[in-house]
Design a protein around this ligand. Sequence first.
Ligand SMILES: O=C(O)CCC(=O)C(=O)O
Length: 294
Amino acid sequence: MNAVATTAVRSEDVEAFRRDGALVLRGVLDEDWLRVLAEGVALNLAQPSPRRLDWVRDEASGEHLFFDAVTVGHNPFYERYMLHSPIGPIAAALMGSPTVLAFYLSVFIRRRGTQAATPWHQDQTYWCVEGRQALSIWTSLDAVPPGTELQFVRGSHRWDRPLAKPYFEQERLGGAQAAQPPDAMPVPDFDGVDRDRFEVIGWAMEPGDVVVFHGMTVHGGSGRLPAAMERRSISAQWLGEDVRLVDRPGGHDPHWLPEFATFGLGPGDYPGCAMCPTITADLQPDEPGRSRGR
Ligand SMILES: O=C(O)CCC(=O)C(=O)O
């Protein structure tokens, strides 16, 4: 199992993250971590949390996109991944935060051939946290060939208006939510007529690779799987020291504020607690002798 200290974040990675809001890091997770995650997914499917949601489920076509959101303490495999794999220190190094909080983990399981693509959205507009140090680390247990990858609008984490929030549950997947931030910008047609107005980036990936993206980076478009292909992807959410809990007028998804309240935490508070534990960064940027292909 690869130790935290073997994964280097280089200064150009930090620069790419700040500039583009998304980057790929190759070969971050070894076979042991992939096994841990696979066991986590199997347990999760057998025992979904109350937050489990089918984004798509159509027995006639066979399409199924299972989503779940889990904090540490609810799945021992996911907990191990969040607390002991290289991804916590990577999050800290990229955010430039001395410590980070393991916020929660999102799971996206697409049955073979599922075509439904993830709607374009910004994660943090759904989160009950404000602050600039917030990111997700996404990985897939299955290879991600070109045409199926998660895509990102380059630089969108620096936009001054949030994107309108789509729904994620089936029937209305991708439709605009009724309650929106007051300054929300309508979602452009990133896949169609508006494509040339934006630079969309993304990477084909092998198991062990991860993509890291800022909480405000617009992303979507993943899926569209060929008939024989399934996709088990896991996205880990991380927060840095500048974040505080917030009660967003349009609501949250997942709605974690009631859980934070059980730890005596509410809007304005730093969210560190047993549900959202602290990881200390011990990575040295630019570790000598290590290069990562991309
Ligand atoms: O895996 C996917 O299709 C969606 C990923 C995503 O939206 C996320 O990690 O925030």
